[in-house]
Design a protein around this ligand. Sequence first.
Ligand code: NAP
Length: 322
Amino acid sequence: MDRYERMPYARCGRSGLRLSRVAFGLWHNFGTYDDFANMGRLVTRAFDLGVTHFDLANNYGPEPGSAEENFGRLLATELKGHRDELIVTTKAGHLMWPGPYGDWGSRKSLMASLDQSLRRMKLDYVDIFYSHRPDPETPLEETMGALSDIVRSGKALYVGISKYSAAQTRAAAEILARNGTPLLIHQFRYNMFTRGIEGDGLLDALEEVGAGGICFSPLAQGLLTSRYLAGIPSDSRAAKNVFLKSSDITPERRAQLLRLDAFAKARGLTLSELALKWNLRDPRVTSVLIGASRVGQLEENLGFLSKPDLSSADLEELEGLL
Ligand SMILES: NC(=O)c1ccc[n+]([C@@H]2O[C@H](COP(=O)([O-])OP(=O)(O)OC[C@H]3O[C@@H](n4cnc5c(N)ncnc54)[C@H](OP(=O)(O)O)[C@@H]3O)[C@@H](O)[C@H]2O)c1
């Protein structure tokens, strides 16, 4: 199996850990109502293509928790024997169970949530445990202290944060460093249509503190693929109208997508390949974290790895289309 020749691996910040430049997320398509055989196909194909990094959270489903349960079943079957070749992550910080302890960033919530996640996945430890979002009402020292203690307890090897601003990231990294558990990684939304981190200087902050960065929804949940070029397919995420809305696909947006698609094609790329190349143009971005509902999407998307990078003239021209 040549999986490790197919995929580049990048050092995550100043840590010793190298991550596949493409990670696979189980936010969608791994829940109670999804097809288990398809989940097996997705995860094994991703791994065969060199993806070693699988991203979960306590609440992924629906039902909340079911993505972890299903991934646990896959670890015991399709992925059996490969645990030490895999980076498995989970998170806590969004609503997971009723009452004051099933949400946000208290020590109580993070510790209880990770124990639940480990039971669902039937694991002794995860590789990376994240605070899923900053909690404005819990002292940062408490949230970061819980993450450090989790590493010391052996239930996670590394810690990460998600959706923290640049200032919050600097503060979190400082506390973690004081505790002797460096910040490994930050997970943020970033794609050609969502560029808030640029104005905030997040990548500068990550470089400063020595953490890696991984962007989620690099395909804008499917917008930056061929999915919506000719309408809204009935089996698409936009047709479900929950996280991606059919109203997001305005005539202006579709016209822009068609222009981007033509730009990509003129360079021998598909639109999704263009989007992933664009996201990885800055070396401070360790990985892109993609989703897929079928194996063909994964195979198409990973094609970008064997194609030439965008030139600075390309990037400039592209900017005009965005
Ligand atoms: N930290 C956080 O707060 C946070 C938030 C969101 C996500 N995440 C993580 O990021 C991961 C990825 O997020 P995402 O799923 O939104 O990423 P994405 O890669 O932007 O979107 C994936 C979706 O796009 C469509 N797609 C992908 N490739 C395609 C192709 N080649 N042709 C046509 N359609 C294609 C599929 O949707 P269809 O269903 O339409 O086929 C697929 O499920 C999540 O699983 C999760 O792990 C983290």
